[in-house]
Design a protein around this ligand. Structure first.
Ligand SMILES: *Cc1c(COP(=O)(O)O)cnc(C)c1O
Length: 427
């Protein structure tokens, strides 16, 4: 494939933008080739600036569950834009989206709109701390909750319980309030909760992890967290920025029948425009300004364009049997790719949840960050490049999920499986 224009643009971008990109994983660092620059996308397909066509499994990292440039979403945006794109004052659209969200997530009795998933989580953590009067939070190794200071922490080694920042510029004084446990490890959670009595404001979790690759919760894990939180007066915070409106209309909470005290959303609820939302029980959300003393604000919060794209997306998602369809597509891909790998003698573990899938290049069952890390990332990089050459655009890291959309056709899926077969032959 010719990528001359992408390469030229990348060189230009390198002089203007750190690493040439506005979000690190876009730089293909884990692969070692320059990134492609995108010209346009439609449905399941994406085209780079050199005119190469790909079947897209990045889907903007989750929002594009309807595929790209869906006619109903585009037409809704065309109606909203001429009326003005931001007022810094309330609009009816915000009420409509908040109402749709609450119908899907009954535990979100009150909802506040923000402009990104990061902002939603940062705000929700502040609310949890303000409400409980406690400083510590507990998160899981390998779960990503945006780039807020308190959240850029994972366990450094098994012995460390106090958080160590993953990023320069995060004060240890902030990171020390973040406790970490391995995903799916209830015993570790119990130990930490007992070690820090009355100090933990919330347990934050991706109820279906997507940011170490797809890792579903073990049976009883989420129920166990719910029970521990109830016993200890800790708030349970579900980060459903990926799983919300993807694994089911009501997210993981609907799927597993568990109510979180607070929930964060993003990605799909903006239909491809910048958005986030957080919410929870009324008695907790009453603490948020201007009702209460926990301050949080945003110039573009509840932005009419973002609300419009989100509403149009949810309207389509709730009308059809979309989740059965998405589930079928996901399972089909997972099973067929698994068969191909076995035939070719390539050891893989494939994890999936509705609309999410990761091919881990390891034989070890992947249930947490440590087991995800057993993957052969060199092999993944070779696989990625082979797939790209065959016109399949995958997330450029072993530790990410493929995002399957409703726009992926049977033909797309079969072409993807054929490409996997070819790639497995070569790696
Ligand atoms: C993407 C993501 C975020 C951050 O959202 P942004 O809009 O990128 O700030 C937070 N939590 C989870 C689980 C995510 O996948």
């Amino acid at each position: 494939m010719n990528r001359k224009r992408s390469i030229a643009l990348y060189r230009r971008a390198l002089g203007l933008i750190p690493g040439g990109v506005n979000s690190p994983v876009r730089a293909f660092k884990a692969i070692g080739i320059p990134p492609v620059f995108i010209e346009r996308a439609k449905g399941s397909k994406i085209w780079d600036v050199d005119g190469n066509e790909y079947i897209d499994y990045v889907g903007s990292w989750g929002p594009m569950i309807m595929g790209h440039a869906h006619p109903r979403i585009v037409s809704a945006l065309k109606k909203t834009a001429p009326k003005g794109t931001s007022f810094g004052a309330p609009t009816p659209l915000e009420i409509d989206l908040a109402n749709e969200i609450r119908k899907a997530f009954p535990s979100m009795e009150m909802v506040r709109m923000v402009s990104s998933g990061t902002e939603a989580v940062m705000s929700a953590i502040r609310v949890a701390r303000g409400y409980t009067g406690r400083n510590k939070i507990l998160k899981f190794e390998g779960c990503y909750h945006g780039h807020g200071d308190s959240l850029l922490v994972k366990a450094g080694s098994g012995a460390i319980t106090f958080g160590v920042p993953d990023s320069l510029g995060v004060p240890e004084d902030v990171a020390k309030h973040t406790l970490t446990a391995p995903y799916n490890d209830l015993d570790r959670v119990k130990a930490l909760v007992n070690q820090y009595p009355d100090q933990i404001a919330c347990i934050i979790v991706e109820p279906i992890a997507g940011n170490m690759g797809a890792v579903p919760p073990a049976r009883g894990f989420l129920e166990g967290l719910r029970q521990i939180c109830d016993e200890k007066g800790i708030l349970l915070l579900f980060d459903e920025v990926i799983s919300g409106f993807r694994v089911a209309f009501g997210g993981a909470q609907e799927l597993y029948g568990i109510k979180a005290d607070m929930t964060c959303l993003g990605k799909i609820i903006g239909g491809g425009l910048p958005v986030g939302a957080y919410g929870g029980k009324e008695k907790i959300m009453e603490g948020v300004a201007p009702l209460g003393g926990i301050y949080q604000a945003g110039t573009l919060s509840g932005n009419p364009m973002a609300m419009t794209a989100g509403l149009a997306t949810l309207e389509i998602l709730k009308t059809k049997k979309v989740y059965k369809d998405l589930e079928k597509k996901t399972v089909y891909l997972a099973e067929k790719i698994s068969e191909c790998a076995e035939e070719r003698g390539v050891p893989v573990t494939i994890n999936h949840a509705t609309g999410l899938l990761t091919v881990f290049f390891t034989e070890v069952p992947v249930k947490d960050y440590a087991t995800a890390k057993t993957s052969n990332t060199k092999r993944f990089a070779q696989f990625f490049i082979e797939m790209m050459e065959q016109g399949i655009y995958l997330p450029p890291s072993q530790f990410e999920a493929w995002f399957i959309s409703l726009a992926h056709t049977q033909k797309d899926l079969d072409r993807t499986i054929e490409s996997c077969e070819q790639a497995f032959k070569k790696i």
